[in-house]
Structure formats: structure tokens, C-alpha cells
Design a binder for this molecule. Structure first.
Ligand code: THU
Length: 143
């Protein structure tokens, strides 16, 4: 797994917790926050943003990553996610977010994804463990 200090893990979890307070989740009433440590050293945060047309919902993880990319940073060294549960484990990224994570994490084999509970306890896994065989770059078909 990528080298990340305990201090930085705590910092990212704190930022994700704070971002969670901004969640717009009137339909599910399930708030999520995320924080990505950009390879530029900046922390990019995000929350889930729901819509009356439910399928348009954007998860906290993708909000944070898209904010990072839109600011010109194309990869992250670590990502923390905080859901509503007391302990970790109930807000592991959804499938769509796992695909997006695989595109923008610094190294799929080592970049840590941290899933934290409200109590600060967390589980940490490399991105590859969450999504072993991502859809990556492709060649255009000529038919
Ligand atoms: N959600 C996230 O933001 N991240 C996750 O990892 C899981 C689910 C959001 C989407 C929706 O707004 C709500 O949680 C319930 O699914």
C-alpha cells in the first residue's frame, strides 16, 4: 500500500467528515463525505448530491475527484470516505465510483482507499482490492 502517515489519514477523515455536513441528501437521508489527497498536495473534498430524478445523484467520492480534476490535478495519493455509520464499512464506494477511482488514483496497486466511521475507526485497502479489473484505455474500433 502507498505510504501515508497516520496523521494524514486522520486529516483526510476529518476533512471528509466536515464535507459530509454539506451533503444534499433529502431523498435517501444518507449523508456521505469524501476527501482526496491530490498529488499536488492539496485536499479536495466532496459530498453526495442527490436529485429528484434519483439516477442523477452524484456520490461524495466522485464529487471530490471531479472537483480535483476540474482544478487541474489529475491524480490522488489517498481517498477517505465517511458515511453515517458509527464504525467503518457501510459506505465503501459504489461500483461507479470504483471505476472513477481507478482512473484517477496515483497507482491502482497501492493508492489507499480509507473507509471511516463516525467514531474515527477505519478500514484501508489499496484501490485494486476494491476493483481488480477496471475498464481502462481503449483503441477505437474501425468497423
Ligand atoms: N453514496 C455516496 O455518496 N457514496 C457511497 O460510497 C455510497 C452511496 C450516496 C449516494 C446517495 O446519495 C446515498 O449515498 C444513498 O445511496
Amino acid at each position: 500500500m502507498g505510504v501515508i502517515s497516520e496523521e494524514m489519514i486522520k486529516e483526510l477523515i476529518g476533512c471528509a467528515k466536515e464535507a459530509r455536513l454539506k451533503a444534499y441528501a433529502p431523498y435517501s437521508k444518507y449523508k456521505v463525505g469524501a476527501a482526496a489527497l491530490g498529488s499536488d498536495g492539496k485536499i479536495y473534498t466532496g459530498c453526495n448530491i442527490e436529485n429528484a430524478s434519483f439516477g442523477l445523484t452524484n456520490c461524495a467520492e466522485r464529487t471530490a475527484i471531479f472537483k480535483m480534476v476540474s482544478e487541474g490535478c489529475l491524480s490522488f495519493k489517498a481517498l477517505a470516505v465517511v458515511g453515517g455509520g458509527e464504525g467503518p464499512g457501510d459506505s465503501g464506494p459504489c461500483g461507479a465510483c470504483r471505476q472513477v477511482i481507478s482512473e484517477f488514483c496515483e497507482d491502482i496497486n497501492t493508492t489507499p482507499i480509507i473507509d471511516a466511521g463516525q467514531n474515527g475507526e477505519y478500514v484501508m485497502e489499496p484501490a485494486i482490492a476494491l476493483y481488480p479489473r477496471p475498464f481502462m484505455k481503449f483503441e477505437p474500433n474501425d468497423d
